[in-house]
Design a protein. Structure first.
Length: 651
């Protein structure tokens, strides 16, 4: 795993020494992503400079040093990621007499040779892996930026400055772009509604005006004097899912489906075990990580190293489950129990790990387990992607049932009832609902529960319903009255899909890259740990797309097919346990050990002076949370992460 940075400028504007100094400074901000070596390459006449920080994983020799040029001299690339099938690509190049005299065994050299032989688009279509690539074509004087199919690796870009100072900046993280003298850093107010709702940036966007992200499966091409030349997709998850579901649906038996999944997933796991450094896996004890670890152990010569963290609070603790799975599989298991002190030690460092606003409190334990793993391995496999591909979240099962039921009632009646519920004070709702629902420990207050259901019921379609269902606060409009509404689009329609399938499709292109993969990438790369996700192998994903809903969600069971596969490698007693998730007690902390820290960031004077959020609404949420009238833990965490980010990078 590595860090990528670079600058494209108008020819003649910079001298070579200035360009090299600047791109090196940009790349050096990414030393956590690549602590092993650094490199730069410049072509002042063309106006291009590439920087790189290397974390050596495959071929630890100098033959894998970057930036690296192709044998023909046409292409120069700075690359972050792993191409898991790069040996197959080498074989194909050899078979067609297109292979160069290999200097080493790195996948970077394989990519460069493939670009020479097949061009960029065909190479990426053939490649299986996770990556963010910057490649300069010396023949056409065009820079191409590309990202892997699901967005495991980040890549930001954008023009900054004007006239002679104009420069096209790109890098693995925003901190690299900030080091360039032309970087403006103007915060995009238009991105705050989505962040306030969901806790992450929209796909393809960033917190800054004029700075975008290469989208999953996208290639962005730019020339030094012509702005963005072209944006195109070599692969799109939503479109691919819909096409496979329509044109090549799975029609085999259940037994055949289990066997097909096992073959594809095992092949992906074996490929992703490719490394010249120590390798292990995260093990939560849930279905996804347990299946991955079981297939790793089946194909390993010695016990696989597995890692888990535990909490002393039983409601949040999965360590015992992970320990039992590890014992059954025979892995070399390491666990760490952490208390509030260890968890809270991470909070001040979050805005350094996530250099744009990001708000998922499970980023804290994710960083801790990454730190634990990094003590003995450099690569860790995970179960990420299993929920989105195989129907693991409650919103797919319970949410779809609710959506179908509410669709039987006319929209006007639903919205009228929702308005009545919204107008009732929480104490009134609490009294009215007491005979129906007891708000036990760990459940949200009755008034909040009723208002949340009312928002769901007022939805006019599956997309708006999914947005409401996946929002961590329903008060984004009140918090940001001057901002434009958060758009719903995802780039592909949902014709022919069930409600659950449509929600999975939306999560694949939004929630997965923006939330799950961003969380894991930043938390792990902060300690120079590479993570890999076998479920996101293209063959596994295409198979998941082909399955009918009944093979994912059946009755009260989610991830039906994955569960059946898990029964082959684990006792049912270890499989059939409720899904817990990677949670921390955010709401409790904001009333306890984090209260002073949060109160300072949310003080009315501070919020009013900064002018991003509506002061009275923030104070209302804070007061309701402290009084236990509402549990605004998740919604407040979003605001707090923005406030903490603002203090770190802009105050």
């Amino acid at each position: 795993m590595c860090g990528v940075a670079g600058v494209l400028w108008r020819p003649g504007a910079w001298a070579r020494r200035e360009a090299e100094h600047t791109v090196k400074a940009m790349a050096d901000t990414l030393i956590h992503r690549g602590p092993d070596s650094a490199g730069t390459w410049t072509d002042v006449e063309a106006g291009i400079a590439l920087g790189h920080r290397r974390l050596a994983i495959v071929d630890l020799s100098a033959a894998g040093h970057q930036p690296l040029g192709s044998a023909s001299g046409r292409f120069m690339l700075s690359y972050n990621g792993e191409i898991y099938n790069h040996r197959d690509l080498r074989d194909a190049l050899q078979a067609s007499d297109a292979a160069p005299d290999w200097r080493g065994a790195s996948d970077t050299e394989t990519l460069a040779a493939a670009f020479d032989a097949w061009g960029i688009d065909e190479t990426l279509a053939r490649a299986t892996g996770m990556f963010a690539i910057a490649v300069w074509d010396r023949e056409t004087r065009t820079l191409s930026l590309a990202r892997d199919r699901f967005g495991e690796k980040p890549l930001y870009y954008g023009w900054q400055g004007s006239g002679r100072e104009a420069a096209f900046l790109f890098g693995s993280e925003l901190r690299a772009l900030r080091r360039h003298p032309s970087f403006a850093g103007e915060i995009a107010r238009s991105e705050l509604p989505h962040f306030a709702r969901h806790g992450y940036m929209r796909t393809g966007r960033s917190i800054y005006t004029g700075i975008a992200q290469v989208q999953p499966g996208e290639i962005v091409c730019v020339g030094s004097d012509a702005g963005i030349v072209e944006r195109r997709f070599y692969w799109n998850a939503a479109a691919e899912a819909q096409a496979v579901r329509a044109d090549a649906p799975f029609t085999g038996t259940e037994a055949e489906a289990i066997a097909c999944l096992e073959r594809r997933l095992e092949r992906a796991v074996v490929r992703q075990m490719m490394a010249d450094v120590p390798l292990g896996a995260f093990l939560s004890g849930g279905i996804d990580s347990s299946v991955v670890v079981a297939l790793m152990q089946r194909n390993a010569l010695r016990p696989v190293h597995t890692y888990a963290i535990g909490f002393h609070e039983g409601r949040y603790n999965e360590a015992e489950r992970a320990k039992a799975v590890a014992a059954h599989l025979g892995t070399h298991h390491t666990e760490l129990y952490v208390g509030p002190g260890e968890l809270l030690d991470v909070v001040p460092n979050l805005t350094d790990m996530y250099d744009e606003p990001f708000a998922d409190s499970s980023q804290i334990p994710t960083h801790i387990v990454s730190s634990l793993a990094r003590q003995s391995v450099t690569v860790a496999l995970s179960g990420d992607g299993g929920d989105e591909l195989f129907g693991g979240y409650d919103r797919y099962r319970k949410g779809a049932h609710f959506f179908r039921a509410m669709a039987l009632v006319p929209l006007g009646l639903r919205r009228g009832a929702a308005a009545c519920v919204a107008a009732m004070p929480p104490r009134v709702l609490k009294t009215l609902l007491r005979p129906v629902r007891k708000a036990e420990l760990g459940k949200e207050p009755n008034g909040q529960w009723a208002q949340r259901l009312a928002v769901y019921a007022a939805s006019d379609g599956i997309d708006s319903f999914h947005r409401a269902l996946s929002s961590h606060t329903q008060r984004a409009a009140a918090l940001l009255p001057r901002a434009a509404p958060d758009p719903l689009g995802i780039g592909a329609n949902g014709a022919g899909l069930t409600p659950a399938e449509r929600m999975m499709q939306r999560d694949l292109v939004g929630y997965l890259p923006g939330y799950i993969l961003t969380k894991v990438d930043r938390a792990s790369m902060a300690v120079s740990l590479e993570t890999r996700a076998p479920f996101l192998d293209p063959a596994v994903a295409r198979f998941a797309f082909s399955l009918p809903e009944a093979m994912k969600i059946r009755g009260h069971s989610s991830k039906w097919l994955l569960r059946e596969l898990c029964y082959r490698v684990l006792p049912r007693t270890l499989v059939d346990r409720p899904k817990m998730g990677f949670e921390v007690p955010t709401g409790v902390w904001l009333r306890g050990p984090l209260r002073e820290w949060a109160g300072d960031l949310l003080s009315p004077d501070r919020v009013r002076r900064q002018g991003w959020f509506e002061t009275r609404e923030v104070q209302r949420m804070w007061d309701e949370h402290q009084s236990n009238a509402f549990d605004h833990g998740l919604g407040l965490w979003h605001i707090l992460m923005f406030q903490a980010w603002l203090a770190r990078w802009h105050d």
